[in-house]
Design a protein. Sequence first.
Lengths: 484, 424
Amino acid sequence: MRSFVLALAATTAACASAPPASTRPTPSDSTARAAMPAAGTPGSPGAGALSTPNADPFPSTYKPFASRATVIRNVTIMTAAGPTIRNGAVVLRDGKIAAVGATVDVPADALVIDGAGKFLTPGIIDDHSHLGVYAAPGGQALSDGNEATNPTTPYVWAEHSVWPQDPQFPRNLAGGVTTLQILPGSANLIGGRSVVLKNVPARTVQGMKFPGAKYGLKMACGENPKRVYSTRGPATRMGNVAGYRTAWINAEAYRRRWDKWNADKKGDPPSRDLGMETLAEVLRGNILVHNHCYRGDEMAQMIDIAREFGYRIRSFHHGVEAYKVADLLARDSISASVWSDWGAFKMEAIDAIRGNMALLQKAGVRVIMHSDDPSGSQRLNQEAAKAMYEGRRLGIDISEDDAIKWMTINPAWALDLDKQIGSIETGKNADVVLWTGNPFSVYSKAERVWIDGALLFDRNDPKQQWRTDFEIGFVPPPTVGGSR
Amino acid sequence: MRTLVIAAAVSLGAGVAGAQTIAITGGTVYPVSGPKIENGTVLVRDGKVVAVGANVAVPAGAQRVNATGKWVTPGLVNAATQIGVVEIGAVNDTRDAFARGRDQIAASVRVWEGFNPRSVLIAPAREEGVTTVVVVPGGGLVSGQAAITDLDAPESSVRSLHGPVAMVAEIGGSQQGGVGSRAELIGKLRELLADARFYGTNRAAFDRGDARALSASRADLAALQPVLAGTLPMLISADRESDIVAALDLAKEFGFRLILGDGAEAWMVADRLAAAKVPVITGAMNNIPSGFEALGKRQENAGLLRKAGVSVAIIGNAGGGDEEAFNVRNIRYEAGNAVAYGMSWDDALRAVTLAPAQMFGAGARIGSLEAGKVANVVVWSGDPFELGTRAEHVFVGGREIMEPTRQQMLEDRYKTLPPEYRQR
């Protein structure tokens, strides 16, 4: 334990220095840390009593894995930033994409990979995952995604439920997924904070946390909350809406009290409330709203509620009826995180259509292929393909360059990480996937996956296939060509 | 709203386009029962296939379907669905697949008696080349009896629905079926089968009330007789290797024909399954150790079983909607994934056509393109397993059903926002 304490102290000290001027307010912002006393300082009042914007009590400890300069050449590159580059090349160096184009300068020390016949894409980003909070092998012991004890639980944080040894993480990595937003479930009107993770092995969830990523807030419309709380309420959709509004009314008052105190530090600080603090952070724009909502009419109502209280909805999730209100989503720059073809499993999902994504794209909505499922997330490329081809059937021209964005730069935007990840552009994080063939073919698989320039998965090398602690002894080991 | 209603009625009226003799010409034909035929012809008359080959004379007056550059296969068979018995998963009024049974035993339940041929999920499945489904009940220890049906038009007077084609049961673990341990579960199944055997030989005494107490109702015991006689297969879902072995042992002990369902760890006992000639119905997109009974789940399962000589039918069972009636159509992508994980393409096509047909006693009627078989035929724009391929023509019993799906009608409605909906 001793070394941990020392490391923590060092980190805290480092944060006293000013961040680069370009750094926007994030959980690693200096003002956040300034309010944090050194761990265990005797006699210090403790920041735990104060509600501080962008506080970061569980900071990321992620460090990029060891990498070497790597060139992948003679490969088809779907950049998610511009047109596909045939016979292109990329240079990954020091965790970043150092160059991309038809030709690149090959560093003398670089490992050179021939990508003939293969495709390179940005790492896949799933903005709706429950890995770790509903970990395999499942059962009550690992059911940690819904704090279904109260319809409004903004005080819970998904990261406190994430089991880093969930064997679903490496399986998602083998599907090319490099970044995940882990959300609480949808039992509650307001389900708690999400966390953005890099899909890497770690002992703690903090070792997976994406440095500087904003938190998200999970909200849920419709059937789930009213079913879960049918006896104590809300038991109806109108009860749901009253529940959201009541919470925001309280949150707005809380935000004002604390903003005033944080500005003038006069008198006793107001009492801190974990749930109200999360909602106040939404109202300040520091936390992004991810709203589970199936029906178009309910999305319209949620947009009105957001306007009433002055927050923005970053993405409607599941949105099987988003196509019905595509114009409303486009107008308010709300993205749609949807499936290609899952529907009819409940009443609010009966109008699901495969053309959803194409119709949304046509209307100018930022479209995201999400999973909400540990199996589907391994094949977001196939899901995107289905939606792309359905668009073409409807006469809507969806190119592969459009569809690749659905699972890369668009979800990166939903997480406000589109400056760092989501496309193959010079200077961005070197999160890339080498596919055995065109990713929109049913026969293609992720062959190698890099995160921050480090090779973390190689289908042809069992030694490069992360096995969680859980898998050891319980699960037969991977083979060449991999059971992943 | 009035115009909307009328428009919908008109599209629904599109109905069935039929012809007595149809010649599908010029395509690459994959009959499944034999090697592929380049530039082949499939000749259909009165709902049946009458000739398949490279040199088939097309009678004058036949309706021609030009399949040049296309792929022609038998209609796909999805071997484990709840289509027609579950419309909307979370709406109880539309759920007819899960009987209560007596003490988890529902052997007498004939799931097809609740089948709704007007399910709106049938058209989407058919539209993507699924022409036959096996409708399987679920829940409990013995779930009931399965049926097979072609996805023909609901108004068809020659409904192909046929049952029973299997008795369905599950060995799912220690907490299933109202028991406290695996051994108790298997013991309960053994007691049921033994009582059914006793009932079969002492029926008159039982009816007189002159027999010992038996563990199930008279109807359930009677329903199990064809299983014991070896005329009706028992489809047992089991994932853990030891549960699969228990099912094999029970089959041997009671002499019934076993079909293994799901079989996450079946690859571990592939040789035993092959030796016992037990077919397996499983998926190819599931690799999550989703329970302690499925730690060995892997995507190569189907391919490994086939390599060992096991007859395999591919279904969707990876979760995330794969197994739901809404996506019965996606079975072809499941087959494509099986190929990506080691199954040969030919075997994968067999696994969604002839193999399931044979498992459920329909191998002489459907599942391949051969003279005399029902004309369930699909003309694809390309490789049927590929995500960009479309089913361009789907014939069920020789008829092409043009009914638009509910999903297409919604797409049509919202492609351009109708005037009634312009106001937010």
